[in-house]
Each structure stands twice: as C-alpha cells, then as structure tokens.
Design a protein around this ligand. Structure first.
Ligand SMILES: NC(=O)c1ccc[n+]([C@@H]2O[C@H](COP(=O)([O-])OP(=O)(O)OC[C@H]3O[C@@H](n4cnc5c(N)ncnc54)[C@H](OP(=O)(O)O)[C@@H]3O)[C@@H](O)[C@H]2O)c1
Length: 308
C-alpha cells in the first residue's frame, strides 16, 4: 500500500519504521537536513529499552504536489504545526488522512479539509503512544512493546478502516479504535498541559519539574480543575481510569509525579514549548467558555511556569 508519513520527526519516524517493516510502500515527507539524512541513511532509530538500533531505507519527498496520490496519509507533527499543512493536504488528491498527535481542535481541522478539497476527504485522528527525541542523526525511541495507536473518527466508524487494517496487518502494532477520539484527545491534553506547564526553562528547553510538594499538589489540583472544565463542555474524561487516578487516588498520583520529577525522563523526550503554548491557548478558551474557576492552575502558572 502506498503510504505517506507527513512529518519526519520523532514519532513520524517511528510510525514510518513500523509501516516499512509491515511491507508497505512508504514515503516520508521531510525538509532540509532531515530529508538529506533520510535519503542517505534511511530511518535510523535507537530503541532505548530494547537495546537495539534499526535502519530502514525509505523514499523521501520534499513536498506534496496536488496530483500525488497515496492510499493513506499519516500527518505526524505538533499541534501548532498542523495549520500550516492543512491547505496542502486539502489541495492534494488523496482522500484518506490520519492526523496524529496532540489535538485540541480535531473538528475544525476536519471541517477545513472537507470544505476546501476537490476530492472527498475522509479523516481520522490518532495518537501514537510512545516518546523519544532526536539525537544527532538518529532518533531515540522510548516506545515499549510492539507499538500502539489510539485512533478514531469524529462521526462514527473510521470510513477507511479496512485500509488501515491492511496497512498494519503484517506489522506487530496495535490500533486501539475508540468511539470518541475527540474526547480522548481533549482528555489527554489535561495532564499533558499541567505537567508540561512546569517543565520548560526560560530558554524553552524541556527540564525536570521542580517536584516540590507545593508544586505537585497544585498540579494535581489543576488536573482536577481540567476535568471539571471538560465536564462543563459535556465531555467525560477518557480513559475513565485517568480521571479516577486524578480524583480518587491523589496520593498514588502524587508519588508517580514525584518519581517523574526525580527520574531524568526529560533527557529521553522531545518537548515543544510552542505546542504547549498552543494547548494552553485552547484550554484558556475552554475555561472562558465554561466559566469554571481554576485556582490551582492559576497558581501553578503564576509561580512555577513560563506560560503566560
Ligand atoms: N516526542 C515525544 O516524546 C512525544 C511523546 C508523546 C507525544 N508526542 C506528540 O506527538 C506529536 C508529534 O511529536 P514529534 O515529537 O514527532 O514532533 P517532531 O519531532 O517535532 O516532528 C514533527 C515533524 O513535522 C515536521 N513539520 C512540521 N511542520 C511541517 C511542515 N509545514 N512541512 C513539513 N514538515 C513539517 C517537522 O519538520 P522540521 O524538523 O523540519 O521542523 C518535524 O520533522 C506531538 O503532538 C507531540 O506532542 C511526542
């Protein structure tokens, strides 16, 4: 199957590796030095916890032309990068698109694609559950197991599910198809935003959270407030276990966050302050629309974060 992975960063590279190994005809859309690296060396990934490095030759495209046709396009980039590629995807003649990554705004992205394309656009949204960062010319992956994507469509079943199944049939990679991907993505935003709000230094580089009792308690309080904002929007947090952990098992969550603040996890993950800013903007709009008070979030931002 002819597949484009649009976005050749950390998670795009991991997904392309899975799809190449699954026997698909994969092209990565990359720019600048990354395109040169991929052409010269292929997709080089150091799988940190599996103690192995994989190398997969891949085709490289530097742009997506109107007449290029792919059976499937996975767009794997930061939430704040999506707007720049939506018009290019709308112009292109391919129909089946999976937008992969943090997303506060899935509906408006889908509407843009549907309203601005000459061909029928069929859109799904996904989240590749993994992590990693760039390290010189290779990517580090901290993915465990064979890989997993939480995926779904906004209006019922994914209209190109058989194509997706076929793309992954030979890849030992799981698609966790869920009914309400928009709720899942919005739910995911809450802990990610509260945790990352305190995880960047003045230079906008990822750092360890300070991990003081005061900071962690405000973080947990802010997550709880985030759930209340979602509820006021008519969204029950999913997975439910995540809401239960935040609301009913604060001590366990506190210990988990404390551990996270001690371990040097930030050295194995890429952080993007630009994306966190964009997620913060989205959350601020939700807060305004729902009139929910967020005292913990307000203190967390004021005292511990460089977010405005
Ligand atoms: N990395 C992690 O540890 C991790 C963990 C959990 C979740 N996630 C989420 O997964 C999503 C993807 O993250 P990532 O780490 O894979 O991001 P990334 O490494 O920044 O990769 C994004 C890629 O998209 C490319 N791109 C952006 N705008 C483009 C454009 N207009 N045209 C062509 N290419 C463009 C970038 O190219 P350039 O390099 O040329 O800018 C980059 O290669 C994000 O939502 C992130 O928060 C990441």
């Amino acid at each position: 199957m002819k597949i484009l992975v649009y976005g050749a960063g950390v998670l795009g590279s991991q997904l392309a590796h899975v799809l190449v190994r699954g026997g698909n005809d994969v092209t990565m859309l990359a720019r600048g030095q990354r395109a040169e690296e991929l052409e010269r060396d292929g997709i080089v990934i150091r799988h940190v916890f599996q103690f192995k490095t994989t190398v997969d030759p891949v085709q490289v495209a530097r742009k997506l032309d109107v007449d290029d046709h792919y059976d499937l396009i996975f767009v794997v980039m930061k939430y704040n990068d999506f707007p720049s590629v939506l018009p290019i995807l709308a112009d292109n003649q391919s129909s089946n698109i999976v937008i992969v990554g943090n997303n506060a705004d899935a509906r408006s992205m889908q509407t843009f694609l549907e309203d601005n394309s000459r061909v029928e656009k069929r859109v799904a949204f996904g989240f590749h559950v993994s992590g990693g960062k760039r390290n010189d010319k290779r990517m580090l992956s901290i993915g465990v197991g064979k890989g997993l994507m939480v995926i779904g469509a906004l209006d019922g079943e994914i209209p190109f599910q058989p194509l997706l199944d076929q793309a992954f049939v030979n890849a030992k990679y799981k698609l966790d198809v869920i009914d309400d991907i928009d709720a899942w993505l919005k739910s995911h935003l809450i802990p990610i935003l509260m945790l990352n709000a305190v995880s960047f230094n003045e230079e906008r580089e990822l750092k360890k959270p300070e991990g003081s009792k005061k900071q962690l308690l405000h973080m947990i309080g802010a997550m709880n407030e985030g759930i209340a904002v979602l509820e006021a929007m008519g969204i029950a947090m999913i997975p439910k276990a995540q809401a239960k952990l935040i609301r009913k098992h604060k001590r366990t969550l506190y210990l988990m966050l404390k551990l996270y603040s001690i371990l040097p996890m930030h050295k194995l993950m890429a952080g993007s302050f630009g994306e966190i800013e964009a997620l913060n903007d989205a959350f601020t709009n939700w807060k305004k629309a729902t009139h929910r008070p967020t005292p913990h979030w307000d203190v967390l931002k004021k005292e511990f974060s460089i977010l405005k």
